[in-house]
Write a protein that binds this ligand. Structure first.
Ligand SMILES: C[S@@+](CC[C@H](N)C(=O)[O-])C[C@H]1O[C@@H](n2cnc3c(N)ncnc32)[C@H](O)[C@@H]1O
Length: 212
């Protein structure tokens, strides 16, 4: 289900009013030509790609869901749940936000981390470590910003973030994928109505209060 946001773009059900819903990445205006060129250069190790045919706008296979269960560690917040059964390895959706440079990168040489507007963001993923680029969905993004970490919710994650090549835009990105089957056959897919859960990594929780 979709609704119209103030800018006239369709946004998904339960989308928060104070966050801008976007259907394509937004660039920090201070990115250097070198950083932009890097975003537009495919790395040979990036084997996953998003086909140009993927539909733009609200994703029909996910639902942003407010969490009311008091035993859920993110109670009072939202999570991202599936709207259909998803097989192992399925591409779910792209992680959209503002593509920005961290202060250590050449475009912002005089800033230190305490003035980095993205340093404290809980929605910031690394896009390109060599160039110090990230994707921050704190103030603008899409449904992918609601994917929670599995800790305290399930025994293990059922999805993962992967580097991708966006065939439509011809640029790097990050996608959310159902975990693949794997050698042990552990990835079983995600059933309709289940929460999509990744591992943020210990670094995320190390810088915050560990949920476990
Ligand atoms: C990228 S956001 C995920 C979406 C968030 N739940 C929301 O509604 O906006 C990351 C934040 O979600 C919460 N979160 C995600 N996974 C969690 C977990 N396993 N336990 C506790 N809090 C979690 C934390 O507040 C974390 O900083």
């Amino acid at each position: 289900m979709v609704s119209q946001n103030p800018a006239g773009t369709s946004s998904p059900k339960n989308w928060p009013q104070n966050i801008r819903y976007i259907t394509a990445p937004v660039y920090q205006h201070t990115l250097t030509p070198e950083q932009l060129a890097s975003v537009r250069t495919r790395k040979k190790e990036t084997t996953n790609s998003i086909p140009a045919s993927v539909s733009i706008g609200p994703c029909s296979i996910v639902k942003i869901t407010p969490i009311s269960d008091p035993s859920h560690p993110a109670a009072g917040q939202c999570g991202l749940f599936t709207a259909s059964n998803l097989k192992p390895g399925t591409f779910i959706l792209q992680y959209l936000g503002k593509i920005h440079a961290s202060p250590a990168s050449p475009s912002l040489p005089n800033l230190t981390s305490h003035v980095d507007p993205h340093a404290g963001s809980d929605y910031d993923l690394s896009l390109d470590r060599d160039q110090g680029l990230g994707i921050d969905a704190n103030e603008l993004g899409n449904e992918a910003r609601f994917v929670n970490d599995y800790r305290g919710i399930a025994e293990k994650p059922n999805a993962e973030f992967r580097d991708v090549w966006d065939e439509r835009r011809k640029e790097k990105g990050i996608g959310v994928f159902v975990l693949p089957e794997g050698k042990s056959g552990k990835g079983k897919g995600i059933k309709k109505g289940q929460e999509i859960l990744v591992s943020y990594g210990r670094g995320f929780w190390g810088a915050r209060k560990d949920p476990n």
